[in-house]
Write a protein that binds this ligand. Structure first.
Ligand code: NDP
Ligand code: 8X3
Length: 255
């Protein structure tokens, strides 16, 4: 009997953390299901990695519940037994105060970070439960889930949802062997700020210039660590900051 490599299903594999995780898990010999909206990036990743490990790519907008079901339904046999679901797809839009925010932006953030994550999780739960011991859901939240800051509003709140959803899932998955880990990174250098600031390269450069932010590979290392712990262990939440980042004091509005 031939043994198949374990399968990881990654949302948002076309950039940043998701892409770094594709590389990290390929290095470790896992079979990859790589999803995202940008087809050309998925194809490039497949070309790059398929000499090392089995790779299946699928164009997927996580907000589309029907599309999520169709992608999972169409997984080729060698990719069906998903052992790890990495819920990574997500974004922030805008960094100004709530009272100036665009309601459409808020809706997009909620639809992606909350509804999208729930869509993929619910669709893959039966598979993960069938795999059982050793299976894992790894959700990427953020330091913004717990630590408020001006301009975080719906983004931080969406990540607080991810954090609490992760804990609540653990309760329901009792006895199944399926683990749930919430990884909350702080400032990391990816396309995140470019997306948040709608293509403003100078905003990206100002935020990451002259400091040493988290790199996507740092997060990928932690995701791999959480996914490959002995199967009786569960990291509930792992918060990661670059050393250059810490908290500041509470705001006071004085006359
Ligand atoms: P990137 O912008 O580099 O990557 C985001 C990924 O999400 C892309 O692959 C993008 O793919 C995907 N994505 C966005 N919207 C959708 C959608 N509707 N359907 C499917 N995929 C989607 O940013 P990061 O790598 O930094 O972000 C990854 C996760 O990490 C996000 O959840 C983010 O909130 C979180 N995070 C980021 C931090 C940071 O400072 N960078 C810190 C803490 C958490 P495509 O556009 O091809 O669909
Ligand atoms: C991204 C980190 O600080 O920009 O989740 O909210 S932060």
């Amino acid at each position: 009997m031939t043994s198949h490599p374990p399968v990881i299903f990654i949302t948002g594999a076309t950039s940043g953390f998701g892409q770094a995780c594709a590389h990290r898990f390929a290095e470790a010999g896992w079979a990859l299901v790589l999803t995202g909206r940008r087809r050309e990036r998925l194809d490039a990743l497949q070309r790059e990695l398929e000499d090392k490990v089995p790779v299946h790519v699928a164009e997927l907008d996580v907000r589309d519940r029907g599309a999520v079901a169709a992608v999972v339904e169409a997984l080729p046999p060698a990719f069906r037994q998903v052992r790890v679901l990495l819920n990574n797809a997500g974004l922030a839009l805008g960094a100004g105060p709530a009272q100036e925010a665009d309601l459409d932006d808020w809706q997009t953030v909620i639809d992606t970070n909350v509804t999208g994550l729930v869509n993929v999780t619910r669709t893959l739960l039966p598979t993960l439960i069938e795999v059982g011991r050793g299976a894992a859901i790894i959700n990427i939240s953020s330091t913004a889930a717990l630590w408020p800051y001006p301009g975080s509003h719906v983004y931080g709140a969406s990540k607080a949802f991810v954090n609490q959803f992760s804990y609540n899932l653990r309760c329901d998955l009792k006895g199944t062997g399926v683990r749930v880990t919430d990884i909350g990174p702080g400032m990391a250098e990816t396309e995140f700020t470019l997306v948040r600031m709608k293509g403003d390269q100078s905003a990206h450069d100002r935020l990451y210039g002259g400091v040493e932010p988290i790199q996507p590979e740092d997060v990928a290392e932690q995701v791999h660590h959480a996914a490959t712990l002995p199967p009786h262990l569960n990291i509930n939440r792992l918060e990661l900051m670059p050393v250059c980042q810490s908290w500041s004091g509470l705001n006071i509005d004085r006359d």
